[in-house]
Design a protein around this ligand. Structure first.
Ligand code: NOJ
Length: 590
């Protein structure tokens, strides 16, 4: 890497000249295999179903797909509870099916990223079963986080940590002779025991697992809970702040019509608060510990043995962005999800600030900024952007939630937000179904719910099922073309026909057409590899910037804004009378 200075008008003061790896500007489409396409008709999506639908993604114009876990798993947390990292769960197919998927994707020019889940295994994994059968203090037990309980008989958990999914982070095992035994740690469900990453044996196992998939040809990994694998020495008690302590931010995206937001000229220095401002709460003793970085240096070296710029993407829920950037230093991972961006309020000043900070923080270590609005853990942004009440991340929204979003407003804002996002330099993540404008399913019946969050909080939190409902392909087919049988592991809403892919394909103004056009223009104008400079003169409620030969304007105010003369390349809503209406993004050729 070499040093270079950039003109003052360009946001990033990047001093490291980055490489030209494909992932620096890639648009990566997340497939949630359970809900994408089902070839067998059992109601759960599978790998052959995905393979058959890959041409639709090539047509959409994305560069890569990320597959949420398809490994062998009891499916207690929808596959994020792995019992064998080197096999495909029969629910999703076989290793041959995976090879066919990979080959088809590559032949279509799509790269494939697998989801690695190293923080914890399933309790059904052979390693954990062997640990249970082995005595206290044995090497088998040392693969996981076993500890003695507190109190005279060890009846109390070793500390007060609370699981992300609710309840204690500890469960007690029963010894082979029937007596109560030690406790084991699980940040998530009790069926997901945390591995002990201080143990070199664990590290070695994962080098082998990475190589197994790299040898098969995967283009990299999204790494689950990349911030949680090392726990603070001594496992001290910790009491989280009242809300939002789980996987990240608050998930609130209500609009703030505060008129005191800074002017464009001030925007670089006086900016609206991001999550966690002004002083981020102290990091919990199980998140973001310094020791995790050594693990990523080891993984980096394994990937570097392979040709083709393999990618590592961190799921690291830490705050602030300067800290997230530590995960993507040149000898660690390639990119990290930008959750600060995801949870930024629909407010011009806040967006300007988070964009500036993202480009600076990631650029400062030579990594690309990333952008994301939806995934399988959060309320879909076509609903989230119109919420009028707080919705802590992971809690979801359901029939009794307050502040339910207006679907028309939500979709309008989502289209504007995505059009803004896809014009930013760096790499962007899309979540299956957002290209159809899908909202969160807020009416799932209680007895259909599957997320462990719902069960571990006794229904206090709806959880994440509402964003995981199988997606619609054909408006007049059973299960909207998800499969031929009409079965669906989560029931699909009755009014989703207009969202189906075939109802939107080639229709001017449809959300699918908007995404397809945006992705084509992004490529044609080199926006992913471009640089951003803020454009003054459009007022406090407009996000306005140039990227290469494109001027991008998003109006978050109530009043329409006069547009400059120029060819309109893309607009998230119809433009009439030369003015940019509220909640609309436009790309103008300069
Ligand atoms: C983060 C994943 O995205 C989420 O779906 C999962 O429940 C937890 N990690 C535990 O693996």
């Amino acid at each position: 890497m070499t040093l270079e200075s950039t003109p003052d008008s360009v946001v990033s003061e990047t001093t490291i000249v980055p490489g030209d790896e494909w992932w620096r500007s890639a648009v990566i489409y997340q497939i949630y295999p359970r809900s994408f396409a089902d070839s067998t008709g059992d109601g759960v999506g599978d790998l052959p179903g995905i393979t058959k639908r890959l041409p639709a993604l090539a047509q959409l114009g994305v560069d890569a797909i990320w597959l949420s876990p398809f490994f062998r798993s009891p499916q207690k947390d929808a596959g994020y509870d792995v019992s064998d990292y080197t096999d495909v769960d029969p629910l999703f197919g076989t290793l041959d099916d995976f090879d066919r998927l990979l080959e088809t994707a590559h032949s279509l020019g799509l790269r494939v990223i697998a989801d690695m889940v190293p923080n914890h295994t399933s309790d059904q994994h052979r390693w954990f079963q062997e640990a249970l059968a082995a005595p206290e203090g044995s090497p088998e037990r040392d693969r996981y986080m076993f500890r003695d309980g507190k109190g005279p008989n060890g009846d109390l958990p070793p500390n007060n940590w609370e699981s992300v999914f609710g309840g204690s982070m500890w469960d007690r095992v029963t010894n082979p002779d029937g007596t109560p035994g030690q406790w084991y740690l699980h940040i998530f469900d009790k069926s997901q025991p945390d591995l002990n990453w201080e143990n070199p044996w664990v590290r070695e196992q994962f080098f082998g697992i990475l190589r197994f998939w790299l040898d098969r040809g995967v283009d990299g990994f999204r790494v689950d809970v990349a911030h949680g694998m090392i726990k603070k020495a001594g496992l001290p008690d910790y009491t989280p702040p009242a809300e939002g302590a789980s996987m990240g931010g608050t998930g609130t995206s209500a609009v703030d019509e505060d008129d005191s937001v800074p002017s464009i000229a001030e925007a670089d220095t006086v900016l609206a608060p991001l999550i966690g401002d002004p002083e981020p709460a102290p990091e919990p003793p199980y998140w973001g510990q310094e020791g995790v970085h050594d693990i990523w240096r080891g993984w980096h070296e394994v990937l570097a043995e392979y040709e083709g710029d393999r990618v590592l993407c961190a799921e690291a829920w830490v705050d602030p962005l300067e800290k997230v950037a530590l995960w993507v230093r040149p000898d660690e991972m390639s990119q990290a999800f930008n959750f600060a961006y995801m949870f930024t309020d629909w407010k011009a000043s806040a967006l300007k600030r988070v964009i500036t900070e993202s480009i600076d923080a990631f650029g400062g270590v030579g990594a690309p900024a990333t952008w994301v609005l939806s995934n399988h853990d959060v309320v879909r942004h076509a609903s989230r952007l119109a919420l009028t009440a707080d919705s802590p991340q992971g809690a979801g929204i359901g029939p009794l939630s307050p502040g339910k979003p207006d679907p028309v407003l939500g979709l309008r804002r989502a289209r504007a937000a995505t059009s803004l996002m896809l014009a930013l330099p760096g790499s962007a993540y899309l979540y299956q179904g957002e290209e159809l404008g899908l909202p969160e399913d807020m009416e799932l019946p209680d007895d259909a719910r599957q997320d462990p969050t719902w069960f571990r909080t006794n229904g206090e939190k709806y959880g994440r099922d509402g964003c995981r409902v199988p997606i619609p392909w054909e408006s007049d087919k059973p299960a909207y073309g998800f499969n031929a049988s009409g079965k669906s592991w989560l029931p699909q809403p009755k009014d989703w026909a207009p969202f189906a892919r075939d109802a939107q394909e080639g229709i001017p103004g449809s959300t699918l057409s908007l995404y397809t056009d945006a992705l084509r223009l992004r490529r044609e104008h080199g926006l992913g590899t471009g640089a951003l400079s803020w454009e003054p003169g459009y007022g406090k409620k407009v996000v306005a910037f140039r990227n290469g030969d494109v001027l991008v304007l998003t109006n978050l105010g109530k009043v329409a804004v006069e547009l400059p003369v120029g060819d309109i390349l893309l607009s998230s809503e119809e433009i009439t009378g030369g003015a940019l209406p509220t909640d609309t993004t436009v790309w103008i050729q300069l």
